[in-house]
Ligand binder design. Structure first.
Ligand code: SF4
Length: 327
């Protein structure tokens, strides 16, 4: 394919996707803090459209293990190349950021590190431990790579007990070779299923981008696949083309279609679904975590009352408690 063909024009965004430029005082304070602690964020590296809103509220998604990814997904703005040396100060710096911003819920992600023997699992564990030690009340959400061909890496991270384990499927299986060539759909799905098998208390979460040429039927199939992997929380957001070199947007999905997806997904039994043009997996993560907890409590209470309803009646026990009643 010629270079001219590979470079696609960036489609003009519809009015429902426009976001304000990040100019607030809070945004600049967050930016300075991250620079001071030498921390990377996916907010900046992935050119997230929500950065103005999130950083004003001091909500960031820290990206550990450097700013260079060893994969080259066609939708992602993160730099590709040889991975950076692992920074031994990173766990302490992330913990300091959590303390300084009094963060209630942190989202930690990383670049893919196919060059490291454990895919970076050890650094995830160290960062989780440092945050727990510095701020025990902060809840921790991780958004991990797929740890493909890294035996033992997933188990190591799950043993560190994050509150939420997120790994994005990103798109429908048919588009993997085109959009996410280094990954495998069923490997990613299986990763999330394994998290639940190992530790059912951890909430699992996964998301896809739409507008890449997928059909509605394919999106619904992904919902079913996610439910069979026992995933608790699904996110669906519009893909936005970061630069002309990235894969083009096929379609800007309308807000009412996002709503339709949300209703359909909720009917399939997810504890929570976030589906809107600007949904990103870490957007409103703290509020979403509270929704997840409440939904699980309600589910457990329902299961308990069903258990009591279905329990066989012990007449002798009832007579003991109700001596004047005729059985
Ligand atoms: S949605 Fe996530 S990635 Fe985007 S700015 Fe907010 S925290 Fe960062």
């Amino acid at each position: 394919m010629s270079e001219a063909k590979k470079i696609s024009e960036i489609k003009r965004k519809p009015e429902w996707i426009r976001v304000k430029a990040p100019v607030s005082k809070g945004y600049h304070e967050t930016r300075n803090l991250m620079r001071g602690l030498k921390l990377n964020t996916v907010c900046e590296e992935a050119a997230c459209p929500n950065i103005g809103e999130c950083w004003t509220k001091k909500h960031t998604t820290v990206m550990i293990l450097g700013d260079t990814c060893t994969r080259a997904c066609r939708f992602c703005n993160i730099k590709t190349g040889k991975g950076n040396p692992v920074d031994p100060d990173e766990p302490a710096n992330v913990a300091e950021m959590v303390v300084v911003t009094d963060m209630k819920h942190i989202v930690i992600t990383s670049v893919d590190r196919d060059d490291l023997e454990d895919g970076g699992a050890d650094q995830f564990v160290k960062v989780i431990a440092a945050v727990r030690a510095a701020s025990p009340k902060t809840t921790i959400e991780i958004l991990t790579p797929d740890f493909r061909n890294k035996p033992g890496a997933l188990e190591k991270v799950v043993a560190a007990k994050p509150d939420v384990f997120n790994h994005n499927l990103e798109t429908v299986p048919r588009l993997y070779t085109h959009i996410r060539p280094g990954a495998r759909y069923f490997h990613s799905l299986n990763l999330l299923s394994r998290v639940k098998e190992i530790d059912p208390e951890i909430f699992t979460k996964s998301g896809i981008m739409v507008g890449l040429g997928e059909s509605e039927v394919e999106v619904i199939q992904v919902m079913d696949d996610m439910r069979s992997a026992d995933i608790d929380f699904m996110t669906i957001g519009q893909y936005l083309q970061p630069t002309k070199k990235h894969v083009a947007v096929e379609e800007f999905i309308k807000p009412d279609q996002f709503l339709k997806y949300k209703k359909r997904a909720m009917s399939k039994g997810f504890l929570h679904v976030s589906s809107s043009p600007l949904t990103r997996s870490s957007h409103h993560a703290s509020e979403d975590f509270e929704v997840l907890q409440a939904a699980r409590r309600a589910q457990l209470e329902k299961a308990e009352s069903k258990r009591l309803e279905d329990a066989p009646i012990d007449i002798e026990e009832m007579k003991k408690h109700n001596p004047n009643y005729e059985f």
